[in-house]
Design a protein around this ligand. Sequence first.
Ligand code: DGL
Length: 266
Amino acid sequence: MAKASSPIGVFDSGIGGLTVVRALMERLPFEDIIYFGDTARVPYGVKSRETIQSFTRQIAEFLLARDVKLLIVACNTMAAVAIDQVRSLSTVPVLDVIDAGARAAVEMTHRGVGVIGTPTTINSNAYARSIHALNPAVHVHSQACPLFVPLVEEGWLDNDVARLTAREYLKPVFVEQIDALVLGCTHYPLLKPLLQEVAGPRIQLVDSAITVAEQTAATLDRLSLHNPQRVAPHYQYVVTDVPLRFQTIGSRFLGRELTHLEQVRW
Ligand code: DGL
């Protein structure tokens, strides 16, 4: 049973989901958050469906045991192939970045939608399915961009390598008639200024981190689940490994210092 005073549980394959935590902190400044990042087993974006489903179940169970009031699947790859598993085991409402991003894109577009993400997300066709379930007439053009995750983790957000890579990946998408581009991966919001520059002013970027934070606020309203205590919130970060430069990269994603870190070993 979801309790209003409980924290929101957010999870991802690694630290990329901190972009969602950042959006939640800005949108819902009085909510406690527990973030789980599977830093020992990241990246998920190139793993098989079965492996991702089993890891995802394990993480969802961990957070439910911590008594969260809402589960947010911040990882696009997990949402693409394991959302049914999470929904079937969860005792609390579940939100995910793909549903949120698809809804925002359908509202925004008049011509067509581009979607970029990891190879697993794009091969799953999950965004196209979600968009077509909302409006079958919208044209969707998808493109896997596997080099974006390492570029962002390297901090190469605005240099020639990043710019050329973006141009090369997006060339086939821009040939199509699109007016919205869904950033279908936790890491891509950090590339927003560069992607907007490459896309030009006629294409709007859909940031799933922001849209899922909006959906979270609406869900808390609807279910009367806002934290009744309007005091400084408690943030907790659980990871399966503390890799080199974790603090630096994590803080970049979060936009503030990472504290209250807990490591679990599975
Ligand atoms: N979190 C993943 C996503 O949003 C990107 C990193 C990974 O491949 O695990 O798709």
